[in-house]
Design a protein around this ligand. Structure first.
Ligand code: FES
Length: 111
């Protein structure tokens, strides 16, 4: 049933139009971004070992897995952490979730 689909809407601060994508259970917000060509850094490869996949969850955050101490530590080191900050690789979705996420400006170093 289509009403159990999970969607993630990605918003950007640089004028790019928002994009909404369907996610399947078990995927992380990082997976869905990368699968859809959205640039989101992930220096540690998605194992909660860095802070580069930092995003803001504007809606739906209550349905996500609880934030771990480790995730919290890395968020503290991210740029401009806020109360709704999460690490995208740790935001694993289940069915029937509607998330709205802001992707902060991405700084790609060392091209
Ligand atoms: S990719 Fe490193 S913590 Fe998410």
């Amino acid at each position: 049933m289509s009403d159990s689909a999970t969607t993630i809407t990605f918003q950007f601060n640089d004028g790019q139009p928002a994009q909404t994508h369907v996610a399947v259970s078990g995927e992380s917000v990082l997976d869905v971004a990368l699968n859809n060509g959205i640039q989101l850094q992930h220096n540690c490869g998605g194992v909660c070992g860095c802070s580069t996949c930092h995003v803001y969850i504007n809606a739906g955050g209550d349905d996500l897995p609880e934030i771990s101490d480790k995730e919290e530590d890395f968020i503290d080191r991210a740029e401009n952490p806020r109360i709704n900050s999460r690490l995208a690789c740790q935001c694993v979705v289940e069915r029937d979730m509607q998330l709205v996420v802001t992707v902060p400006p991405q700084h790609f170093l060392g091209h």
